[in-house]
Design a protein around this ligand. Sequence first.
Ligand SMILES: Cc1cc2nc3c(=O)[nH]c(=O)nc-3n(C[C@H](O)[C@H](O)[C@H](O)COP(=O)(O)OP(=O)(O)OC[C@H]3O[C@@H](n4cnc5c(N)ncnc54)[C@H](O)[C@@H]3O)c2cc1C
Ligand code: FES
Length: 294
Amino acid sequence: MLLIFDIISIGLVKYIMFKILKKKFLNKSVSYMKLCAPLVATNAQAGQFLILRVDEFGERIPLTIFDYDREKGTVDIIYQKVGATTLKLDRKQEGEYLLDVVGPLGNKSKIKGFKKAIVISGGLGSAIAYPLAKELKLNGAKTTAILGFRNKDLIILENKMKKITDEIEVVTDDGSNGKKGLVTDSLIKKLEKCCNYDLIISIGPIPMMKAVCEITKKYNIKTIVSMNSIMIDGTGMCGGCRLTVGGKVKFACVDGPDFDGHEVDFQEAIMRNNSFVNQERKSYEKYCNLFKGV
Ligand SMILES: Cc1cc2nc3c(=O)[nH]c(=O)nc-3n(C[C@H](O)[C@H](O)[C@H](O)COP(=O)(O)OP(=O)(O)OC[C@H]3O[C@@H](n4cnc5c(N)ncnc54)[C@H](O)[C@@H]3O)c2cc1C
Ligand code: FES
């Protein structure tokens, strides 16, 4: 009898826990994972995110649902190793399990009815921008992608983006891929040539999104940004992801993560995202020390 219970509970644990079905390194700091998470996949929409915990000692971190397959019950994530939790996640291998994956969270993107759009991303922002670019394409918009990276070794998703956009430009800060410049330089050139764009999506570091919004405001083009605020519960209760948008208090997890970029108080968002830098550094060092020499 005990054995039967054991077998059932082991089976149940495996169903409840979230198996890593595939793992790939996209560059030295960014990885991709396909996770088994049927309930999340069933309801996922472009623009939404999930919150996961690697193990019972881990913190909760939000990651965008990069892609999903409802029939197979899988969701894909792409993450950059920036601190203790993303490093811990990256130590997990195919066939292993994550403790929990909650989602889909946040709102699906409202990007229907646009005719001509530019999607601009910086670094890891390409992973967050990809589902939105795909959705634009599905809704019939002619889409241009401008992807920016620090150097050619950090370029990700160029081929995937090519497949779902009409035009793509990849630029690097140091010109190591042959196209030197910032995404904002490319954007200005495009807008000077033709200004009948009706939507700009800008996703990446907050200073980049702020700079894009300052440009598009002059052209009066609707601009959507995705706010990567620090999140804890992801359900609007802790207040961690508070932002000011159009002079009103908003929570990135339940009111976003997409917002009208012309309304966001970016200065406040930068300040709030830097609130725990010292603690994050200490936790990163502590985590790295655990594996010194391993
Ligand atoms: C809705 C949403 C979707 C996201 N999607 C993705 C994604 O698809 N892929 C991905 O790699 N990351 C994504 N992020 C950011 C991701 O959640 C953080 O990088 C992660 O929580 C860092 O955890 P950590 O413990 O490894 O690093 P920490 O120790 O928490 O932080 C290390 C460094 O990263 C910075 N950082 C921490 N949190 C964030 C954040 N939310 N945004 C920007 N910088 C941060 C810190 O300022 C610090 O410099 C998303 C964030 C949100 C809110
Ligand atoms: S994460 Fe807690 S309110 Fe948004």
